[in-house]
Design a protein around this ligand. Sequence first.
Ligand SMILES: [Zn+2]
Length: 241
Amino acid sequence: MNTAARTSPLDPRRLAGPVWVVSPHPDDEALGCGALIAALGSLGREVHALLLTDGGFSHPHSRLFPRDRLARTRLAEWRTGLALLGVPATRTHALGLPDGALAGVAPAELQRRVARAFVAAPPGTLLLPWRRDPHPDHRAAWEPVTAAAPPAARQLEYAVWLPERGEAVDWPAADEARIWTFAVGAARGLKARAIAAHVTQLGGVSDDPDGFTLAPEMVKRAVAGPERYAEAAAAGLEVRA
Ligand SMILES: [Zn+2]
């Protein structure tokens, strides 16, 4: 996010815990927040991860990876990537909702399921995709996830597809949000490995020519950083410089 909005460096020590990172799909957290998650882990902070969909729609024509197998494999990839970033499997929570069809889930139902996941360790800080990140599942997630969080939780919205697919109207407006930047720095290697854990999204499913593959340029951009987090003006922050 490189809009006219005010930009400041993010200090992970100032984020209230527990920190929850919400991913509509396995890999969103590694691409969007891998360095911040690693930094929080190295500070000994409690980080939880919540996966909304089963990720099972990325290769719909694969015979080697029918939907069940693909979903199981992607869940394992998600946990492997998170473990590299310091989040143990015991702090991972997966809802298994339909990949590519989150907008078809009743918002109240999604909110209820997310709220139930939050009960054990209510978030002090929530990382979730930017409200207008250009993917239908990301957009469908924003309102129910926001509504499920405790009102006092700080909400930082990360971009996944915005730089590659975003229209001008999708970016945060100058008076809409404050943008926090987090340099990948020393976490570069860990972030690259966490993204690389998503083998099925990097050419690992070879028998579906229509299947999804992360573009090398996008991976390169994500690994290089900086990561950017938008915090909405509604949070009460002064957003103008
Ligand atoms: Zn996604």
